[in-house]
Design a protein around this ligand. Sequence first.
Ligand code: ADP
Ligand code: MG
Length: 392
Amino acid sequence: MTAIAAAQELFVQIVGRDPEGVWSSPGRANLIGEHTDYNDGFVLPFAIAQRTDAALGLRDDRRIRVSSTFTDGVVEIGLDDLDDLFPSHHDRVPEWATYPLGVAWAILQTTDTPTSAVSGFDLAIASEVPVGGGLSSSAAIEGAVSSALNDVWGLGLTAVELAKVGRKAENEAVGAPTGIMDQMASMLGQPDAAIFLDCRSLETQIINLGLEPAGLELLVIDTKVQHSHSTGGYRERRESCEKGAAIMGVPALRDLTIDDLTRAEKLMDDVTFRRVRHIVTENQRVLDTVATLAASGPLAIGDLLLASHASMRDDFEISIAELDTAVEASVAAGAVGARMTGGGFGGAAIALVHADDAVSVAEAVEKAFADAGFTAPHVFPVYPSQGARRDW
Ligand code: ADP
Ligand code: MG
């Protein structure tokens, strides 16, 4: 069953009538630009075909009732209780419910519309995005719910404003310190295209990927390794980046270019320097990828993906044996390029492959994992797709 039908069905089951509409937003993957977001730099994510759908109907009273196929039961609160719940008392509702309720809170905080001017609602959610699999099911649920509320409450926020609402909900209501890349990709995605995002200005440009005409496909290789050390490792990397920027006297590493690296090497310890070098070269690789796609098409970006992986493995030191194996085995089996994607210390890699080779690359990766004694990976294609929209 599609997520649209599942959300509709759950709504009817819980509320006993049809919803007013169904809105959806997709998960995302990042083509290139890793750990550059919090350095005010560049990223190039794309929305995937798997979506989260939110069926919504307004109520005559001031109650909010949310449900999801993700879990049993209905969470009910008063519209006027949102301000008591967030940000401090979010533990009074189950964690999953802080996403939709947090979006309702964040969207009202963002607009000039007083809470008294809107009415309560029933909401039913269903998703095709694997949860916690590095494809940002969190941005998908935020985008679906914010799009729905924006429409039914007549708030008139733009897609970029809704992305910010999603980030605010995730940072302040859920309490997860994430950037805005995921929400921007989920809101703004286009078929066969990536979103070139400047994380400082939030300016975006839709970049045509041209995968299908070139006979190419993107595979996700989920290593199934949970990023158990990611919290500590992520924080450490952020601190190194801040330290490097401070030593160089710039607001963020975004303000350095390749030419500054000679001076950086003289001024800082080896570890900090290598962290800085990853960010500076990765920003350049995002710019180079955008330029290469326009000039020569997707077949020509393989080396940039590989250089990105090497930089994360050797300079930023966030790869693990499973991710290195995924990249090496894909390339040995004919992939055009591959790299780990996401925060690191586990999670997934992506591989750019000739569509005809997709099955053999997947098999080669599975065999390499088995030979190394690793847990079997989950390998599947992802198709750059449309961002948030009304589905019904
Ligand atoms: P990721 O974004 O990588 O999938 P996160 O930990 O950021 O992982 O977000 C996953 C959390 O988002 C889930 O644990 C759950 O709380 C919430 N969530 C995601 N999708 C749904 C859904 N369809 N229904 C209810 N909650 C969801
Ligand atoms: Mg997430």
